[in-house]
Design a protein around this ligand. Structure first.
Ligand code: COA
Length: 171
């Protein structure tokens, strides 16, 4: 099932070194969200390190992308700004015994630290919502570590409601 994510140009005003906004220049930014490809692995490795605080090699990322591409229940999307990979979100389709409609889960959301605060995370969530609707899901959910207070504020800002506690154990 295909979901189209538009490429568009976004005007971005850069203030001149004088600090006077009247002396700024208008830059055109090309922004795109598309499915991740094997060749994105090199750019994604440092992003995943920012997310997890531990390194991933390019080979590990490529292998994870390959594996996710075979499940039939996962999409990994990347955000590109002027052709550079600056963000990632995974979306997972889950079926459960107690509901008829599937649920979508956001996985691995991250925006490059030098590109945060520009609305890219919001757009990645929007892409996840679009994908969830295409899949026929009636809910989009996610899990976030307790210490990620900045991310929790982000989720509040983009429309999620905090409804649950998560319990886990090593097996
Ligand atoms: C969380 C994250 C994906 C947000 O991406 P982003 O591109 O910076 O977010 P956006 O610019 O789209 O922000 C959208 C809204 O969230 C708010 N927001 C974003 N980060 C925030 C923060 N740390 N604290 C408070 N609000 C925040 C913004 O102010 C904005 O609100 P507004 O539209 O009402 O002005 C990014 O900070 C990140 O990658 N963090 C590290 C990895 C991480 O924690 N991922 C989540 C794992 S569960």
């Amino acid at each position: 099932m295909e979901v189209a994510f538009r490429t568009f140009q976004q005007a971005s005003h850069r203030r001149a070194a004088t600090g006077d906004p009247r002396h700024g220049t208008l830059e055109l930014m090309e922004f795109e969200i598309r499915d991740a490809r094997g060749e994105d692995a090199e750019a994604l490795a440092p992003l995943l390190e920012q997310l997890m605080g531990e390194p991933s090699t390019e080979a590990q990322v490529r292998s994870r992308l390959d594996r996710l591409a075979t499940t039939g229940a996962d999409r990994v999307l990347v955000a590109l700004s002027n052709g550079r990979v600056v963000g990632l979100v995974g979306v997972h389709l889950t079926w459960m015994a107690h509901t008829d409609a599937p649920t979508a889960r956001l996985m691995s959301l991250v925006v490059d630290e030098t590109f945060r605060g520009q609305g890219i995370g919001r757009r990645l969530v929007g892409a996840g919502v679009a994908l969830a609707r295409t899949w026929g899901c009636n809910r989009l959910e996610l899990t976030s570590r307790l210490e990620r207070s900045g991310a929790h504020s982000f989720y509040d800002a983009v429309g999620f409601v905090h409804t649950s506690k998560r319990f886990s154990m090593p097996v």
